[in-house]
Design a protein around this ligand. Structure first.
Ligand code: SAH
Length: 476
């Protein structure tokens, strides 16, 4: 270990920054955030620093550095572009045992500044010991994405309970176990999903019961997994996927996404298997309730967004009735994913001012939709589950006023490496299905915006293996 990471109390302590440029401005800003009483010695201040000086209390000494500036300082940073000055500052501070940092000169540093992930009061500092600040920043970005922004507030919640917990649980070991159970259990997720009140209640209840959290029970995460590409998951989805005890997933969740679920989680497939029926919706609802009642953290993973043709509403309705805690995590819906990855903007100032998502699912051989509304001009219509009913859809759209040459597209396995896009018109679309053997999952997009595909397409999926699917099942 070349450096010892420590966290320094700076509130109202004298800190010196030598230099008035942009780099100095960043350091001053940090020191101010930590509450330091900052003095800046520099003949002139850059615009940024000048602005900072107007916003916050900074003591600007407008001249060149003098040796006595070091006196009485608790921490010193040299950020001038004059190497001699930087060296002098470093020597003087070093001789007096004052921690000193010289920007971009590790050999002159008594301490180095880490990259910081700030979730006050939590601070995570990343350092490569000066080897590569860029690498430290990249690492920082990764960690940023894994630590939810609300973690800071969670720490504050814990802090606010500390006195009470000490009262109820005098034994240190008992307290440690209590917090472990609470924070590795329901409290963290309740809090992070925006239910601070309930998180407090759970803590209260467990405290009153002498620190026992066993009957807190399970919970359900209803999570949208997006259209297929794992990179399109939300941070929250990924975090919950790695937390779940059991996963109930659909046929539209790609194997690449299932790969990211916690290794030892139990996997339950609730979609349609070849030659078998789908688990009926009521059975799925019951299953979620039962698993949660067993105290498990249940991840209900759905393709796209759970509230867009995902029956998410029905599933949480039964959870609600049973009083089971749950949260809903939105996902990128197929329309958004397929639009982006096919270069078909769904709205456009010149061509389309409104957008409708409709189901193309056939009921008794007909599609029961408000065709007059769907066939409005200057509107984009996206049909989910529209492949089977495509002839009916195209026919009705034309019968209700859309011309046969209205541009229309099929996006098959959108966002994945198997994506195929076929562009035609309302009049020609069903021929394309046959000619190219288009299979589900496929999205149908109707409207003038489809014509933009030729100009705006950008995504280049890798060579497709014919008839292969990245989804568990293709019968949807
Ligand atoms: N809840 C999902 C939709 C479920 S309905 C969402 O928000 O995306 C299933 C239909 O979604 C499929 O029949 C197909 O029309 C569409 N779909 C889902 N994923 C798709 C994908 N990757 N490419 C094309 N269409 C997709």
């Amino acid at each position: 270990m070349d450096f010892l990471p420590i966290f320094m109390q700076l509130t109202d302590r004298p800190c010196l920054v030598v230099g008035g440029g942009k780099v100095a401005a960043r350091k001053v800003s940090l020191l101010r955030k930590a509450g330091g009483a900052v003095r800046v010695v520099a003949p002139a201040l850059c615009e940024e620093l000048d602005e900072l000086a107007r916003e916050t209390a900074i003591d600007h000494v407008a001249r060149r550095f003098e040796d006595t500036d070091i006196d009485g300082q608790m921490l010193v940073i040299a950020a001038t572009d004059d190497e001699q000055v930087n060296r002098r500052v470093s020597e003087l501070a070093g001789a007096r045992g004052i921690p000193v940092n010289v920007v971009d000169s590790p050999e002159l540093c008594g301490f180095i500044m880490p990259s910081i992930i700030d979730r006050s009061p939590i601070q995570i500092a990343v350092s490569t010991g000066g080897a590569s600040p860029v690498l430290a920043r990249l690492l920082r970005a990764r960690i940023e994405s894994f630590i939810p922004a609300a973690y800071g507030r969670l720490a504050a919640l814990v802090e606010s309970f500390r006195g009470r917990v000490r009262e109820h649980l005098p034994d240190g070991e008992q307290r440690r176990r209590f917090w472990e159970r609470m924070l590795d259990g329901p409290v963290t997720e309740l809090f992070l999903s925006g239910r601070e009140g309930t998180a407090r209640e759970v803590l209260e209840k467990a405290l009153v019961q002498g620190g026992d959290a066993r009957d807190v029970g399970g919970e359900v995460f209803l999570v949208g997994a997006g259209p297929g590409d794992p990179d399109l998951l939300t941070f929250r989805a990924l975090r919950l996927m790695q937390l779940a005890d059991v996963v109930v997933y659909d046929n539209l969740v790609s194997p690449a996404i299932l790969e990211l679920v916690r290794r030892d989680a139990e996997m339950i497939y609730a979609g349609k298997k070849r030659n078998q029926h789908t688990l009926p919706q009521e059975k799925i609802n019951e299953l979620l309730v039962r698993l949660a009642k067993e105290g498990k953290r249940v991840l209900r993973l759905k393709g796209g967004d759970p509230f867009i043709f995902g029956r998410g509403g029905e599933e949480i309705d039964s959870l609600m009735q049973e009083g089971i805690p749950f949260q809903v995590v939105p996902g990128i819906t197929a329309a958004a994913g397929c639009a982006a990855f096919s270069g078909i903007p769904l709205t456009h100032r010149d061509y389309s001012q409104s957008l409708v998502f409709a189901t193309g699912h056939l009921k008794d051989g007909s599609v029961d939709l408000n065709w007059n509304m769907l066939a409005q001009p200057r509107q984009t219509v996206v049909f989910y589950m529209g492949l089977q009913g495509l002839p009916v859809i195209c026919r009705e759209m034309m019968a209700h006023g859309r011309s046969a040459d209205t541009p229309a597209a099929l996006v098959e396995q959108g966002t994945t490496q198997n994506q195929r896009v076929f562009v035609g018109t309302l009049g020609s679309l069903h021929e394309l299905v046959e000619r190219h053997q288009v299979q589900p999952p496929t999205l149908v997009i109707v409207g003038e915006v489809v014509a933009l595909h030729e100009r705006l397409k950008w995504f280049e999926p890798s060579t497709r293996h014919m008839a292969s699917s990245l989804f568990a099942d293709r019968s949807v």
